[in-house]
Design a protein around this ligand. Structure first.
Ligand SMILES: *Cc1c(COP(=O)(O)O)cnc(C)c1O
Length: 390
């Protein structure tokens, strides 16, 4: 089938580097071929690099980011366990759902969409429930664009001796995910966001403490496919067949992680920050309002911006796609029809995309009679680049 070429600037998937696409067209190897097994070993090291961890149990699960979420919860949580979940967007809601399906006693800590969870909220919940086993948070809430600071909360969780679970689907390789520094016990991600590969794998890492919790379970992991005790035997020395690894996706992730190594993690973070802030400066110059008011809580790789009054969500997104081949995301849940979500992740986090998108949006909003636009977006963003780089 003949497919159009798009510029993907939504919440994922994003455009990937041509080297990643080329890697996927390499001939298949058997999933127990020594060359493939060597690739998997090296992949674990590359994943440890992006997760900033020494955790032995660091691998890529077959499936998308949600499979990473299921993996962490299904392996660690047993019926009756108390799990505190930060709920300030769609993905916090999903974690609470996943945990409750496992029979956990979920304690949701709610916060308005667009704001982070405060350390005091977690501290209060832990004081009231000192027998809490897990605290789960979304590091980069893709439904709102909130950057959840982890420093203080990690200290609180540690003080109460609970285990910290972090959703890093949109944060990994976009903003620092410091698994060891923050003593995160279980962390998962997906490949189609900042990691820069197509959807299909879910990087997961477990601390030795979390691995012990898994080994000391009273009951079997209630999901055969995602059971890490068996999967670890395939990724480990024993190489027991469990399920057939998605070979071409492993090639893709390997290449995407190699690109990150070549650029260097700190440069990768700096690039995401620069392009994100340039986009946000441009959008604000158009008179548009950010969902996340305070810049320190605003993700650079996913910007949620309010749709101005009188402008129709689907009309603008339709024109962006039709005229420019640009895809951005709409709002989810309470943000449906009210918010646009613009992704600058991985390979798509580029100055080219920022300036192209701002010019395209100005063109369309002018045509639709949006009067607050002073046609300054591209100029302001360019100036932002000039001042940031000099
Ligand atoms: C995208 C996303 C997920 C789910 O990942 P899928 O690949 O869509 O299954 C989970 N959490 C967050 C924060 C996400 O952005």
């Amino acid at each position: 089938m003949k497919l159009p070429i798009r510029t993907l600037m939504g919440p994922g998937p994003l455009d990937v580097h041509p080297r990643v696409l080329a890697a996927m067209s390499q001939p298949l190897l058997g999933h127990l071929d020594p060359v493939f097994l060597d690739m998997m070993n090296r992949m674990m090291d590359k994943l440890r690099y992006v997760f900033e961890t020494k955790n032995e149990l660091t691998l890529a699960m077959s499936g998308t980011g949600s499979a990473g979420m299921e993996t962490v919860f299904v392996n660690l949580v047993e019926p009756g366990d108390k799990v505190i979940v930060g709920v300030n967007g769609l993905f916090g809601t999903r974690m609470a759902d996943v945990a409750s399906r496992l029979g956990a006693e979920v304690i949701p800590i709610e916060q308005e969409w667009g704001l982070p969870i405060a350390p005091e909220q977690i501290e209060r919940a832990l004081t009231q429930n000192p027998d809490t086993k897990f605290v789960a948070l979304v590091h980069a809430e893709t439904s709102t664009g909130v950057w959840q600071p982890l420093d203080e909360i990690a200290q609180v969780v540690n003080k109460f001796d609970a285990l910290l679970i972090v959703d890093a689907v949109t944060s990994l390789a976009g903003i620092p995910v410091q698994v060891d520094k923050h003593k995160i016990d279980a962390c998962y991600s997906g490949t189609q966001k900042c990691v820069g590969a197509p959807p299909g794998l879910a990087p997961v890492t477990l601390s030795p403490k979390a691995f012990d919790v898994l080994k000391q379970r009273k009951s079997k992991v209630p999901n055969w496919y995602l059971d890490l005790t068996m999967i670890a035997n395939y990724w480990g020395q024993e190489r027991f067949y469990h399920h057939t690894a998605p070979i071409s996706m492993i090639y893709a992730l390997f290449e995407a992680l190699t690109l990150i190594e070549e650029e260097g993690l700190s440069n990768v973070y700096a690039r995401h920050l620069l392009n994100g802030r340039a986009l946000q400066a441009g959008l604000q110059a158009m008179g548009l309002e950010m969902v996340v008011k305070e810049e320190r809580y605003r993700l650079p790789q996913l910007t949620a911006v309010r749709i101005p009054d009188g402008i129709q969500d689907t009309q603008v997104r339709g024109l962006l796609l039709e005229r420019y081949g640009i895809e951005i995301g709409g709002g989810l849940g309470p943000f449906k029809g009210k918010v646009w979500r613009i992704g600058l992740m991985g390979y798509s986090s580029s100055r080219k995309n920022v300036l192209l998108f701002l010019a395209a949006l100005e063109d369309i909003l002018n045509e639709l009679g949006y009067t607050k636009n002073r046609n300054l977006a591209v100029e302001v963003a360019s100036k932002f680049y000039a001042s940031a780089i000099s």
